[in-house]
Design a protein around this ligand. Structure first.
Ligand SMILES: [Zn+2]
Length: 117
């Protein structure tokens, strides 16, 4: 293969890349997606204060993953809101579980906490 052919292939590849693949994305910042809402029964809301204290800060943000029975650290990019609290989850899967059945997830987490004490 002649070097000129290689250069032509290289130029062609660069052109194709610029034309189709490598344009700057219109999104300049990747901000946190909006938090999902999940409403928990009133009788379970009292448990949030306990979960809130686990991370050492009483800021109405539960930093531990509720779906993992508060044993995993949550990610602020994967959040849900409910009853005035913000919940962080370790994965999308965990957040989905919480949003679909918040009462069950909260009671399970509290049962696990109580049996661990
Ligand atoms: Zn989790």
């Amino acid at each position: 293969m002649k070097p000129t052919k290689l250069i032509r292939i290289f130029c062609c590849t660069v052109f194709l890349c610029v034309a189709w693949g490598c344009q700057p994305s219109p999104k300049t910042h990747s901000e946190a997606p909006p938090a999902v809402e999940a409403t928990v029964s009133d009788d379970l809301v009292t448990h949030f204060a306990t979960a809130d204290k686990l991370d050492g800060q009483e800021d109405q943000v539960v930093h531990r993953c509720y779906a993992c029975a508060l044993s995993m650290d949550g990610n602020s990019q994967i959040a849900a809101k409910g009853n005035g609290y913000t919940f962080h989850f370790c994965s999308d899967h965990c957040r989905t579980q919480f949003v679909e059945n918040p009462d069950q997830i909260v009671s399970q987490a509290m049962d696990m906490l109580e049996s661990a004490q």
